[in-house]
Ligand binder design. Structure first.
Ligand code: SF4
Length: 50
């Protein structure tokens, strides 16, 4: 059976108003961001570091 590949999962960056690949994560981790606390991009990119 053919399995659909999951590709290009993107989440929206509220600050920069753009869609960003989840595997890339927040592109500006060092900058202040008022959305960070509820930002999944930031949250998910943190998991990579474990
Ligand atoms: S934490 Fe990063 S990805 Fe999330 S909204 Fe802010 S700048 Fe965008």
């Amino acid at each position: 059976m053919e399995k659909k590949e999951k590709q290009e999962e993107k989440l929206y960056c509220e600050k920069y108003k753009e869609w960003v690949l989840v595997e890339i994560g927040c592109k500006h981790p060092k900058e202040y961001c008022q959305f960070r606390k509820q930002c999944l991009l930031h949250f998910k990119s943190r998991f990579k570091d474990f």
